[in-house]
Design a protein. Structure first.
Length: 49
């Protein structure tokens, strides 16, 4: 690595971290609401005659 190279700006790093956190939150919320939705509908009922 060159000694003259600079890292990314702290503002850009913060924006990237916030964007990743929001994306993970949306993914987890979608998974949980999907899971809760399957519990709310229940399992199919079987009739034996």
């Amino acid at each position: 690595m060159s000694a003259g190279r600079r890292g990314i700006s702290p503002v850009i790093a913060t924006v990237i971290i916030v964007a990743v956190a929001i994306a993970i939150s949306i993914a987890v919320a979608g998974w949980l609401f999907g899971l809760w939705g399957s519990f709310a509908t229940g399992s199919p009922q079987i009739q034996v005659s």
